[in-house]
Design a protein around this ligand. Structure first.
Ligand SMILES: CC(C)(COP(=O)(O)OP(=O)(O)OC[C@H]1O[C@@H](n2cnc3c(N)ncnc32)[C@H](O)[C@@H]1OP(=O)(O)O)[C@@H](O)C(=O)NCCC(=O)NCCS
Length: 195
């Protein structure tokens, strides 16, 4: 009862506020909103059932929000069933697609982007064309806290991205990567985890 009252008093108003502030008109689906989520941009945001945004027993729960932006008309964010995204995540698709497949877990303070947003060419930093490429996170991936995933990356099924990594290149199936930039730490042998 106390928990419920605290949720109504402190978290629900924040969730409603960020719903009102959300300007994206192409959202398809209703995530389970444990914490606020701001959805913006002109592109599509497609969220399957049983997608959970925010975790109470984690940092940033009461003072941050999850940010989903499909910036341009062509941009897409697709999140499949059973995905959990912890607090303070930012997922920004600029011109391509960010696709997070089933049952993937994403730790707190993570960022996934499909673009550099600014050109490397100094004279075109604010008005040139920047590199952009789709990101795919396959099924059942575990992404630790404070991870950044950059443009063009595909992360294979069952892979693990260690806490604090910056992922710049594809990660193979059943592989643990970590560090900056992320390198292979080890392989996951599924047979070792079967009871
Ligand atoms: C990836 C992870 C699961 C590996 O755990 P593990 O299997 O116990 O691995 P170990 O601690 O034995 O480490 C294996 C190697 O990886 C290295 N390593 C572990 N975590 C690392 C990290 N975050 N970044 C870089 N290297 C890392 C270790 O130093 C070790 O290197 P060595 O073989 O040269 O000594 C764990 O380190 C991790 O990052 N967990 C995620 C925690 C998290 O953020 N959870 C989210 C909660 S919502």
């Amino acid at each position: 009862m106390r928990e419920r009252l605290l949720h109504i008093a402190f978290q629900l108003p924040r969730i409603l506020k960020y719903k009102l502030l959300s300007s994206n008109r192409r959202v398809d689906g209703k995530p389970i909103l444990n914490s606020p989520c701001l959805m913006s941009g002109l592109g599509e945001i497609k969220i399957a059932k049983n997608v959970s945004l925010g975790v109470k027993s984690s940092p940033f729960f009461y003072n941050t929000y999850i940010y989903l932006e499909a910036r341009s008309l062509n941009a897409k964010i697709k999140i499949e069933e059973g995905v959990f995204i912890n607090n303070n995540a930012s997922i920004i698709a600029d011109h391509k697609t960010i696709h997070i497949k089933k049952n993937t877990l994403i730790g707190f303070n993570c960022s996934i982007i499909d673009s550099d947003f600014h050109s490397l060419n100094p004279s075109e930093r604010t008005n040139g064309t920047q590199k952009t490429a789709s990101v795919v996170i396959e099924e059942n991936v575990f992404i630790g806290n404070n991870v950044t995933i950059l443009k063009g990356v595909t992360i294979g099924e069952n892979a693990v991205v260690a806490n604090g990594a910056i992922v710049t290149k594809d990660v193979s199936t059943n592989t643990v990567v970590g560090g900056v930039p992320a390198r292979v730490i080890k392989q996951i042998n599924e047979a070792n985890y079967k009871s």
